[in-house]
Write a protein that binds this ligand. Structure first.
Ligand SMILES: *Cc1c(COP(=O)(O)O)cnc(C)c1O
Length: 464
């Protein structure tokens, strides 16, 4: 049998896909109960993947079997209810099923001509998100891999516009001899924003840093005088404390001065889609660009970032490519709003999530994460753990000990317990535990069980 015959056969028989499904279902049930972090044995078994590049075609069933036998156990059980590391989201069943279906489509979504259905659903997502976040009517959206990429797009649009306002066409003339522009950011700005500043050639040393308060929010009165050369970076959701920068006053001043404001709201922008928590994002509609993830708070599969921008011309001018074979249409051509050309149909999962939840469901999901974060903080405080932040959203910062080394040992003991997984961070110079409640799966009991694991870990390290 030739290789092509073999593949045709696999496609016709479909047993491969049944096998994948049965492995996946086994994984999914298991993930609710197994150790959150892989066991030592699972990690040691990763050596099974060490082999030279094979010369011959392998059997497809054995590839899936190998992945399930040695890959599944070495994954982090993030889809269970007790993963609180970083700010990683869970996955809504409907989005996962949608992904399976659309994987069979294998669409490239660069142009309308490549995938009318994806172009259509990108349009719908754009409208729905604009409505959900209360953004201006002229806001457009680009569907990118994640917030890191979305920030890059927002700042590229800002760069185009701010230079253009000085009579400088950045696309043609670049940085050489360009008029100076100013970058203003709070001390708590996320690393992905700093990276974008470096990548886009602004220079980290040129950032005008602004003082933040004890929650990591920019202090508005500490802002420098804003003029029309400024790009201002605000955040909706501090990656440690979950705090939101005050937006009204700074955006008003920026608009008066014809400056640009980008809001990084990777996980926090979703507060704007709720009733109870939307006070956190008040004023955000007065900014110019916003970066947000579907794959964190909304619980879509990974690879779902969104850049939203109310200056379509600036965004498209900053990101557009040209080529004789590129026929832009009257309809939506997704690549005009993204750095990539070829992209998978990620917006379909986002559409499925929004359609499934509706605005009430988004409210319930997001507020549910907040409620369980508050529960976490309350139960930990009762167990004599020091809570260092105001739990305004889904993040909780815990100081397990006054001594950084002991804190580190407690973090490791929690991680090794397999009961739950939390990461460490540094907050106001102190080693801390950072808890992020990000998955719809997490129940009240998951939180209580995790608190018991904290208590047990402290006892094993401190003897009390
Ligand atoms: C996660 C995060 C980012 C980066 O987003 P990715 O989707 O991981 O690229 C940027 N800013 C904040 C505040 C984040 O939480």
């Amino acid at each position: 049998m030739t290789l092509r015959e073999k593949m045709h056969r696999e496609q016709q028989l479909k047993t491969l896909f049944n096998q994948a499904q049965s492995h996946a279902f086994e994984y999914s049930d298991n993930a609710l109960e197994r150790n959150v972090f892989p066991s030592a044995q699972a990690l040691a078994d990763l050596a099974k993947f060490d082999e030279p590049l094979p010369a011959n075609s392998a059997d497809a069933e054995s590839i899936l079997k190998q992945l399930h036998s040695y890959g599944s156990p070495a994954s982090v059980a993030q889809t269970g209810g007790r993963y609180f590391g970083f700010v990683n989201g869970g996955i809504l069943p409907v989005t996962l099923a949608t992904k399976w279906l659309t994987d069979f489509w294998d669409q490239n979504t660069a142009l309308h001509a490549m995938s009318p259905i994806t172009a259509k659903l990108e349009d719908i997502c754009e409208q729905w998100l604009r409505q959900l976040f209360h953004l201006p009517d002229n806001t457009v959206a680009g569907f990118v891999s994640g917030t890191s990429s979305a920030i890059l797009c927002g700042l590229a649009a800002a760069r185009y516009r701010i230079f253009k306002n000085q009579g400088w066409d950045f696309n043609k003339r670049g940085h050489n001899g360009a008029p100076p522009i100013r970058i203003i950011a709070g001390h708590h700005t996320h690393g992905a924003v700093i990276k974008a500043i470096a990548l886009l050639g602004f220079g980290i040393d040129n950032i005008e840093w602004v003082e933040c308060d004890d929650q990591g929010r920019i202090v508005p009165s500490a802002m420098p005088v804003i003029d029309n050369r400024c790009i201002i970076l605000l955040q909706a959701g501090n990656v440690n404390s979950g705090a939101f920068d005050p937006m009204h006053e700074i955006c008003d001043k920026a608009n008066d001065a014809n400056a640009w404001v980008h809001i990084d709201g990777a996980f926090g922008l979703w507060a704007g889609g709720t009733k109870q928590l939307s006070h956190l994002t008040e004023g955000l509609e007065k900014a110019h660009s916003w970066s947000v993830d579907g794959h964190k708070t909304l619980n879509t599969p990974y690879d779902s970032g969104i850049i939203m921008c109310c200056d379509k011309d600036a965004l498209v001018m900053a990101l557009q490519a040209s080529g004789a074979y590129l026929n832009f249409s009257e309809s939506r051509d997704g690549m005009l709003y993204t750095p990539e050309m070829s992209r998978r149909a990620r917006a379909v999962e986002l559409w499925a999530a929004l359609k499934y939840l509706g605005s009430d469901g988004v409210d319930e999901l997001v507020c549910g994460l907040h409620e369980r974060a508050v529960q976490f903080a309350d139960e930990l405080a009762t167990a004599d753990f020091e809570v260092l932040n105001e739990v305004v959203f889904n993040q909780v910062i815990i100081s397990p000990s006054e001594d950084d080394e002991i804190s580190q040992s407690i973090i490791e003991a929690i991680q090794q317990s397999g009961e739950c997984w939390v990461g460490g961070s540094v907050w106001m110079g102190k080693k801390v535990i950072r808890i992020s409640v990000c998955s719809w799966v997490t129940t009240d009991e998951d939180v209580s069980r995790s608190v018991r694991a904290f208590v047990q870990a402290r006892r094993s390290v401190c003897g009390k």
